[in-house]
Design a protein around this ligand. Structure first.
Ligand code: C5P
Length: 235
């Protein structure tokens, strides 16, 4: 069952409110990320909760275990339903975050899709991207994260190579067929992601920059429904 998370990558609460009102009652999640949070902080999250529904606070936490755990506690108080953290912060950091109770879902970033194998050579000259993503997903899972954030293209391989990994997948890099790619180089369509059984897809500009965001979101939902009937769960 694939949920759609709309990335509210905007700089004003006026624009945030317009988007939330136009997308009301479609059963979508909303992502408040670094831009909107830096600009408007908790008010942006409160608005998304009030007018939208479930909120993914995409702050990509990465710090010492104690600091991350305390931030996860604050994210819960703020009403976030999910918060992201970098799996590269290590098992102790993820475990400390997972031990917070009650807490939002913890979604672990594997490797940013903007990082190429070449960029990762700062860690080790022999590093291989697929092996690193697999090892981070495993680390996140065993330390208590609820999902791995990765490219949709990694999902089938991770499921195959780690069959016991009982964890969800969250994937950005989604573009409806024929849409502008923007800065996303390798993309998957919503239909392909639904067919892959990705749990949550994150979509920004194809909805937020569309002349009619509601129409764009409805087209995406119906494309997914056609690809994998029963793939959509409205919450
Ligand atoms: O507009 P677009 O659909 O490209 O937005 C995708 C969202 O997912 C953005 O908020 C972006 O920060 C986020 N994201 C991404 N690639 C990653 C991690 C996060 O595009 N690897």
């Amino acid at each position: 069952m694939t949920q759609v998370i709309v990335a509210l990558d905007v700089d004003s609460m006026r624009r945030e409110r317009e988007l939330l009102l136009s997308l009301k009652d479609l059963g979508l999640w909303f992502k408040v990320g670094l831009q909107l949070f830096t600009a408007h902080g908790r008010r942006a999250v409160e608005l998304a909760r009030k007018e939208g529904g479930k909120v993914f606070l995409d702050l990509k936490l990465h710090d010492i275990p104690q600091t991350v755990a305390l931030s996860v506690r604050e994210a819960h108080k703020l009403g976030a339903d999910a918060v992201s953290l970098h799996l590269m912060g290590g098992a102790n950091m993820v475990r400390a975050a997972a031990e917070v109770s009650p807490r939002p879902k913890l979604w672990g970033v594997s490797v940013l899709t903007s990082m190429a194998e070449e960029d990762l050579k700062i860690f080790s000259p022999s590093v291989k991207l697929p092996a690193l993503i697999k090892s981070l997903a495993k680390t996140g899972w065993s330390a208590g994260a609820d999902a791995t954030i990765c490219s949709p293209r990694d999902v089938a391989r991770l499921r195959r190579e780690l069959p016991n990994l009982d964890m969800a997948f969250v994937t950005p890099g989604i573009r409806p067929a024929g849409a502008e790619l923007g800065d996303q180089a390798r993309v998957t369509t919503p239909a392909q992601a639904a067919a892959l059984g990705v749990d949550y897809i994150v979509i920004g500009r194809p909805i937020t920059h569309a002349p009619d965001p509601r129409k764009a979101a409805l087209a995406i939902l119906s494309e997914m429904q056609a690809a994998a009937p029963g793939a959509l769960e409205r919450r």
